[in-house]
Design a protein around this ligand. Structure first.
Ligand code: 9MR
Length: 380
């Protein structure tokens, strides 16, 4: 009750004060805990940022992000279609701003992503000869990773190279270069940016078959004597169905390879869906029954979402020695990609902050997970 009525008023006032004074206070209550502070001894806490947020054109995000997060991943602006739109032409404007943003707010940047079959510029898909394709591949990694060497904390070097059954996805990279393209990408990235952490990133790679494929892929890179530092489990999950056992098993198995484990695109969606994962090519037909919460999230779903986040963070804390980062895929519910996928124009609620940048019950459950963990350690 208190949260529903009193806090928004306090928030509105504190926001106003923050905006007028230019202070860095958070956009909710001044007493709102900060995720990055609460988990400072456990793992980094990140968020995906869109172009507007990187340019600080969104005043509420401009206050909330530095208050809550110590790592950030550009949601789109470092992808090849933006940063490398034409053969030999690069556009670094927003990526440079991202680096500046990180410096200004003491937020480490994870580059996303060097090699991905999706959001490729049109010219790259049209390249016919294998040699020209290899030139594109090499130039892309050398130029982009090279430019941010020493300025960026980590790279998702290769994103989503696997099918659900653990075999290699039939991408333009596989077609043109064979399955060695993954090792090659890591080799080039390590040379271009020697002090940057290098990761393989995928969704559903906590699922047993895909996990086995992911482990085989990582071992191949390692066997070639090429550096790979970590594996990202994206973490696009569904309310009431978060696969905790598979996630725990994956933390253990990936970490046994000597890799850092991170959760790189965390969100828990609440709307109906008939498949799992985050393949952007998969879509569903629009239908009003698929958009049931336009006027608000029922309390039962809100509570389940909060429970799921709490259980996840309990697990993350249990394995905090193996996990280096947890990144949410967006700052607030209104900005989440899940409002537009796999059905356009829905009202989704997958994150810890609502459309007004207010912390949701899930936020408080995540904080509670840390309190419980600390108390158990003390023997309570
Ligand atoms: O959140 C991103 C969305 O804005 C883009 O339209 C979409 C296009 O491919 O990509 C989204 O981010 C994806 C990420 O880069 C890789 N894993 C899946 C993410 C959600 O689709």
């Amino acid at each position: 009750m208190i949260r529903k009525t009193f806090v928004p008023v306090v928030c509105a006032i504190s926001l106003l004060v923050a905006a007028c004074s230019g202070s860095q206070k958070n956009s909710a209550s001044p007493d709102m805990p900060s995720l990055k502070t609460v988990f400072k001894d456990d793992f980094a806490i990140g968020t995906a940022l869109n172009a507007e947020q990187i340019e600080e054109k969104d005043p509420k995000a401009a206050v909330l992000v530095p208050q809550q997060f110590n790592m950030a991943t550009p949601e789109n602006i470092m992808k090849a279609e933006v940063i490398h739109p034409q053969w030999g032409t690069y556009n670094f404007d927003l990526a440079d701003k991202m680096i500046e943003y990180g410096k200004k707010h003491n937020i480490k940047i994870n580059g996303h992503t060097l090699i991905w079959h999706s959001q490729l510029p049109a010219f790259a898909r049209q390249i016919q000869s294998v040699d020209s394709f290899k030139t594109f591949f090499t130039d892309h990694i050398n130029t982009v990773a090279g430019r941010y060497s020493g300025k960026i904390f980590s790279w998702d070097v290769v994103n989503e190279a696997l099918n659900e059954d653990g075999t290699m996805r039939k991408s333009v990279f596989l077609n043109k270069m064979g399955d060695n393209f993954v090792t090659e990408a890591f080799r080039l990235a390590a040379a271009a940016s020697p002090n940057t952490e290098l990761y393989y990133n995928d969704y559903n790679n906590e699922q047993p078959a895909k996990r086995a494929g992911c482990i085989a892929l990582i071992k191949k890179v390692q066997a070639a004597g090429v550096r790979i530092d970590g594996v990202g489990i994206q973490g696009h999950w569904h309310v009431g169905k978060v696969p905790l056992k598979d996630i725990e098993e994956s933390i253990l198995q990936y970490s046994a390879l000597g890799l850092k484990v991170m959760f790189t695109e965390l969100d828990i969606e609440v709307l109906p869906r008939n498949f799992q994962g985050a393949d952007v090519n998969q879509r569903m037909k629009s239908d009003p029954s698929l958009n049931p919460y336009v006027n608000g999230l029922p309390d039962s779903v809100q509570q389940q979402l909060a429970k799921d986040y709490q259980a996840l963070f309990n697990l993350f804390l249990k394995h905090k020695d193996k996990i280096t980062r947890v990144t949410f895929w967006g700052v607030n519910d209104g900005q989440s990609w899940l409002n537009g996928w796999p059905v356009r124009g829905r009202t989704n609620y997958p994150l810890l902050f609502d459309r007004q940048f207010m912390p949701k019950p899930a936020f408080y459950k995540v904080i509670e997970a840390k309190k419980d963990f600390a108390n158990t350690k003390k023997g309570f």
